[in-house]
Design a protein around this ligand. Structure first.
Ligand SMILES: [Zn+2]
Length: 313
């Protein structure tokens, strides 16, 4: 991308466009790039942002509920994002972007953590209808099992995708990624255990006849410098955190790609706002060349300048 002028002013969107708020602008200060939009004006930026979904289905569990969206809500969220001008891209496009290939359109990559079996019934039909590609991150010790790591904490037990379902998704064009072997908080593991979580989860998928996973999502979004280095050494091409667990600018930044988590509490309008807004800690990323190639010019142009609004109406 060529820089801070690569955005479109005054985009119009779907039926909700007029009501969608632009993130509130903070006070101007020295060094800010002078491209702040007038309040209420919509802007879309070229580049890719990544969404991290978990459950799609009707879940009442109090601990899991906010990390689930109903199929109707899921479709409404995707429609709202497409309605304001976002395109959904596949994992290969993200990897190209991480390698420096410019992404000229405002784009999103859709990912699902934990590989719940309900995706087949509740997400796949929606994605087929809309022509949206996706990535699913698998806890490989629980293929065909349950979310045992959450059940330990009192969360409702839910079935996970089995091998046949993973093959079906792969044949549909889904990217099958790793979410470790047992879903531990990786920064707490000592070296041998950490290495095993990252490498054995690759070999587990390969043993099923699936491609060696290129992508990793850190369980609980947890990573640090050592975890990122192990992920790189294990052979992944990129790895994902979540909004709450961003990294510091290092050469390993492609192993800490941030994601936005759409929640049950996000109406379509609130999710559009969350996606349009820069992450709160984006200023920490601006020193990273790798991230520059991925993130939107807005993130760098407005770091420290716009406030992120993650929830609302
Ligand atoms: Zn997870």
């Amino acid at each position: 991308m060529s820089g801070d002028n690569d955005y479109h002013r005054g985009e119009t969107g779907g039926p909700d466009a007029k009501r969608t708020r632009f993130p509130t602008a903070g006070p101007a200060s020295a060094g800010n790039i002078p491209h702040r939009p007038p309040t209420g004006q919509r802007m879309l930026f070229p580049g890719i942002r990544v969404l991290a979904y978990h459950v799609v289905g009707h879940i009442d569990d109090p601990l899991l509920r906010n990390y689930s969206v109903t199929p109707e809500q899921f479709e409404a969220q995707l429609q709202a994002l497409m309605g304001v001008g976002f395109s959904f891209v596949d994992a290969a496009t993200l990897l190209d972007a991480l390698d420096g290939v410019p992404v000229k359109k405002p784009s999103l990559l859709l990912t699902f953590d934990d590989a719940y079996a309900g995706l087949i019934e509740h997400a796949v039909p929606v994605l087929r209808r809309l022509g949206v590609p996706a990535v699913v991150f698998v806890v490989t010790d629980e293929i065909g099992g349950t979310n045992s790591w959450d059940v330990k904490n009192g969360v409702q037990s839910l079935p996970l995708l089995d091998a046949q379902m993973l093959h079906m998704l792969h044949q549909e064009g889904w990217e099958i990624g790793s979410h470790s072997r047992r879903h531990p908080y990786l920064p707490k593991l000592e070296g041998a255990a950490l290495r095993e979580e990252l490498t054995a989860s690759r070999t587990d998928l390969i043993a099923l006849g699936l491609p060696a996973p290129r992508l990793l999502a850190y369980p609980h979004g947890g990573h640090d410098l050592r975890v990122r280095a192990f992920a790189r050494a294990a052979g992944y091409s990129a790895a994902f955190g979540t909004r709450e667990h961003r990294t510091h600018p290092t050469a390993n930044a492609r192993f800490a790609v941030p994601r936005i988590e759409p929640l049950r509490s996000h109406g379509p309008e609130a999710l559009v706002n969350a996606v349009l807004g820069p992450p709160a800690a984006s200023r920490r990323w601006t020193a990273s060349r790798e991230v520059r190639s991925l993130t939107l010019s807005a993130w760098t142009a407005t770091s420290g300048h716009l406030r992120f609004r993650s929830s609302g109406a």
